[in-house]
Design a protein around this ligand. Structure first.
Ligand code: CP
Ligand code: NVA
Length: 310
């Protein structure tokens, strides 16, 4: 049964029902097929998506811009530096005004609370394109990729290794909705946010998913179907780079660590990768790596999200 998602925000995967998550995945499968066969699918003709960025981006910006264009709409890039936001106009007032001009907002910024506030005051859908806390579009594209590669999500063991950051948080939320076994492997002091862990565990209880934390890299990746990592120094943490490298080096994804996972393990990374830090060339460039398909799937999954909510 199709669920009506029109007008819905996507601030966190936690806010979606399992049915809504599967609806996004099914729609993504459809738009990807349409894309591959060169067929037109333009449900957003005449609609404008505003895209606010206060952090840099390659994938998110380009995939959203191409997605809205291919769906028949228009993408308006809004650098936060050039908006009156920078000169003190409130988020609430910005949300009210944008709601009178455009049909959806995608925002990438630092403080997660700003996105929650924007979504609260906007009368149009607000999509989170990454905050310090979460990266929901990434996690949805990731589980879509896992489904394509493994043919199922339920019971899949995903080991996320590295910094317990925004990407790890959204993967826990997404995995919890679809019955995955998500293990987050970090050094002490780099564990994911405890509130996110608790909420993901509550969601997991409803689907038979599991959310496990460990500080032991070999134990964490043992028998994993998917090994996933992300940068050790996220945007905004540049000053901590050296101490992070020192703490996280034992958590690098290299062939000797990957040997503890299943024989047919796939390697994933949201990108950008810092080669030689969280992952080595031998892994990211190997046949086990699905990172380019994963990046491509941002386009298809975000098209699905836009088509469903706008
Ligand atoms: N994975 C991802 O969101 O990449 P960008 O920072 O390039 O958008
Ligand atoms: N954790 C990274 C993800 C980049 C897509 C960051 O926030 O910089």
């Amino acid at each position: 049964m199709a669920v009506n998602m029109k007008g819905k925000d996507l601030v966190s995967v936690h806010d979606l029902t399992t049915e809504e998550v599967y609806q996004i995945l099914r729609t993504a499968e459809y738009v990807k097929m349409m894309n591959k066969t060169g067929s037109r699918f333009q449900p957003l003709s005449g609609k404008t998506l505003g895209m606010i960025f206060t952090k840099p981006s390659t994938r998110t910006r380009i995939s959203f811009e191409v997605a809205i264009y291919e769906l028949g709409g228009y993408g308006l890039f809004l650098s936060a530096n050039e908006l009156q936001l920078r000169r003190g106009e409130t988020i609430a007032d910005t949300a009210r005004v944008l709601s009178r001009y455009i049909h959806g907002i995608m925002i990438r910024t630092f403080d997660h609370k700003d996105v929650v506030e924007l979504a609260h005051y906007a009368t149009i859908p607000v999509i989170n394109g990454l905050t310090d806390l979460l990266h929901p579009c990434q996690a949805l594209a990731d589980i879509f990729t896992i489904y394509e590669k493994k043919g199922r999500l339920d019971g899949i063991k995903l080991a996320y290794i590295g910094d317990g950051n925004n990407v790890a948080h959204s993967l826990m939320y997404a995995g919890a909705k679809v019955g995955m076994k998500v293990t987050v492997v970090t050094p002490e002091g780099y564990e994911p946010n405890p509130e996110v862990v608790n909420t993901a565990r509550e969601d997991a209880a409803a689907t038979g998913a599991e959310i496990i934390l460990t500080n032991d890299p070999k134990e964490g990746v043992r028998d994993a179907d998917v090994v996933y990592t992300d940068v050790w120094t996220s945007m905004g943490q540049e000053k901590e780079h050296d101490e992070r490298v020192a703490a996280l080096t034992p958590y690098q994804v290299n062939p000797s660590l990957l040997a503890h996972a299943k024989q047919d393990v796939i390697f994933m990374h949201c990108l950008p990768a810092h080669r030689g830090e969280e992952v080595v060339d031998e892994v990211i460039d190997s046949p086990r790596s699905v990172v380019w398909d994963e990046a491509e799937n941002r386009l298809h999954v975000q098209k699905a999200i836009l088509a469903l909510v706008m």
